[in-house]
Design a protein around this ligand. Structure first.
Ligand code: UD1
Length: 419
């Protein structure tokens, strides 16, 4: 089992380079099989991508990785059922539903895996496929999605789901006629997929808006794209900089993508200098409390809710954090409390916490329950007194490229140990 040890309170200075966005890359790889050959640059080196590599090859396509470039060739792609093991490896395995349905009008797979942060149903994905003319049935636990043909439809999403928007897009590019997705997710990762599909010859408009229109095509040619910078990785290191930074430069970011975070940090009195594609962060003597509410983009991202909670323990006063996207995304709280934080649930629905700061954090042995909870505990460890041990670190390695190396390079005392 791999664990992380962190000796806290070290100054962080130098440059951290942000890699390609996990949540883009994990949809671009399944999208790649829609064309015969696709090249994707800036692919992050995380275990979720290794899992997609395995599934892509299992399906008969080739996956070549050269540094951060990935080439997927789909000549040999077969419409095979995706096994239970492959389906459960990661959340984004579900993008093969849309891609195989688009390409072969048939897909078979199980409910996807991913972090345990709520029920995470996929009903919007499946009803989207049905509106395009597919039937969805269950064979035991396996979904069978089948269509004689896909026909464009007007699909109004109940919730602006990132996963459902992308999955419907992947199926609809090969549907006959026009598909409209209303209340579509506007996350930048969706825009990355739209650009990629259009590079293959798809006809998709409405990027960065809540109404996406797809004019179906009969064939797609080679695709080319670059994964956008990971706004969640950038946000995590910016938070580390607010806690302990001295001229800490977070490089290769799109500041607009993290405006909801930088606006809140500026309200707290953080010292951020924002340039075209990098941000420089310095620790300040005191921070003001603030209220955080997670929302679909461009609102505050749920993926940064747990990380910012670690920072809020260091603000002088009471902050409220409300999680609107997932019902079980506070599993970091008990460990922060164990380290000395003062956090209580507010109200009956367990959707809001009250964080009373500032409380010094003291190192302890804590456990990562999911990817962003792990990032939150690393941040807590970086500002705690003493040596923190973090178990179940595999969750973090799924989503953060070389996190140990990147933090060590700027002065953190952080080590990975195999025990
Ligand atoms: C994606 C990201 C995840 C991020 C989230 C929100 C990937 C692989 N994962 O997750 O890191 O936290 O976006 O930015 O890109 N919902 C339904 N029915 C559905 C689909 C979703 O009720 O069919 C609900 C979910 O339970 C959740 C909300 O909609 O409450 C948001 O889900 P969605 O945006 O789809 O997130 P994911 O694709 O699961």
């Amino acid at each position: 089992m791999e664990i992380i040890k962190i000796k806290g309170r070290k100054k962080l200075t130098g440059t951290i380079e942000i890699g390609g966005a996990k949540n883009s890359a994990v949809s671009l790889i399944p999208a790649a099989v829609l064309s015969d050959e696709a090249t994707i640059f800036n692919v992050p080196d995380i275990s979720d991508i290794k899992a997609l590599h395995e599934i892509t090859e299992y399906l008969g396509a080739s996956f070549e990785r050269d540094g951060d470039k990935v080439i997927v060739k789909s000549e040999g792609l077969e419409c095979k059922p995706i096994t239970l093991e492959h389906s459960k490896k990661l959340r984004a395995s579900y993008y093969f539903m849309g891609a195989l349905l688009g390409k072969f009008k048939h897909a078979e797979m199980y409910f996807p895996g991913g972090c345990s942060i709520g029920a995470r149903p996929i009903d919007l994905h499946l009803s989207g496929f049905e509106k395009l003319g597919a039937t969805v049935s269950l064979d035991g636990d396996k979904y069978i999605i089948d269509a004689d043909k896909l026909v464009g439809a007007d699909i109004d999403l109940r919730f602006a789901s990132v996963g459902a928007t992308i999955n419907i897009l992947l199926a609809a590019v090969y549907a006959e006629g026009k598909t409209i997705i209303r209340n579509a997710a506007m996350e930048p990762e969706v825009g990355n997929v739209i650009d990629f599909l259009n590079s293959m010859g798809a006809k998709v408009t409405g990027k960065d808006t809540s109404v996406i229109e797809i004019e179906g095509v009969q064939s797609l040619s080679g695709g080319l794209t670059t994964v956008i910078p990971d706004r969640i990785e950038a946000g995590t290191y910016i938070l580390a900089g607010v806690m302990n930074g001295e001229d800490l430069k977070i490089d290769h970011v799109v500041p607009e993508h993290i405006k909801s975070l930088t606006d809140i940090l500026e309200k707290m009195g953080a010292d951020l200098k924002i340039y075209d594609d990098y941000i420089v962060v310095n620790k300040v003597p005191s921070l003001k409390p603030v209220n955080v509410v997670t929302e679909p983009y461009p609102g505050f991202p749920t993926d940064l809710q747990q990380p910012i909670t670690s920072l809020l323990t260091q603000a002088d006063g009471e902050s409220l954090v409300t999680e609107n996207i997932y019902e079980n995304r506070f599993q970091n709280v008990q460990y922060l409390v164990q380290m000395g934080a003062n956090i209580e649930f507010d109200g009956d629905d367990d959707r809001t916490i009250r964080v009373k700061g500032s409380t010094p954090l003291i190192a302890d042995e804590v456990v990562t329950t999911d990817l962003r909870a792990g990032a939150a505990l690393i941040l807590a460890g970086l500002c705690a007194e003493g040596e923190t041990t973090i178990k179940e670190i595999k969750h973090v390695l799924r989503g953060y490229t070389k996190i140990i190396t990147k933090l060590r390079q700027v002065g953190a005392e952080i080590y990975l140990e195999d025990v």
